[in-house]
Design a protein around this ligand. Sequence first.
Ligand SMILES: [Zn+2]
Ligand SMILES: [Zn+2]
Length: 100
Amino acid sequence: MTAALDTSRDLAHGKVSTYTSGCRCTECREALRLYTADLRARRRAARATVNGRPFATADQTGKALQHGTPSTYQNWGCRCFSCRLAQADDHANHRERNQL
Ligand SMILES: [Zn+2]
Ligand SMILES: [Zn+2]
């Protein structure tokens, strides 16, 4: 049973947990931005190099990442052939949509 959260009190602001609870104040949004930047930096640091390119092997739980998706390219910094292709496709799709 979860009661509706009153984000204006009882919550510490400037925290990711408060942001995910629904608060969108400047402090909480900044906390999320820093958290995301840090997460991406750590994910990038954990990449392996395959064929001279950065390759994201597994997520934080050790589960193998799915390749050939724009999210693995963007969130994990994978630059394998499949992910680069997916990212290029994604960009092409955006361009097509914008031309319509
Ligand atoms: Zn807040
Ligand atoms: Zn990949």
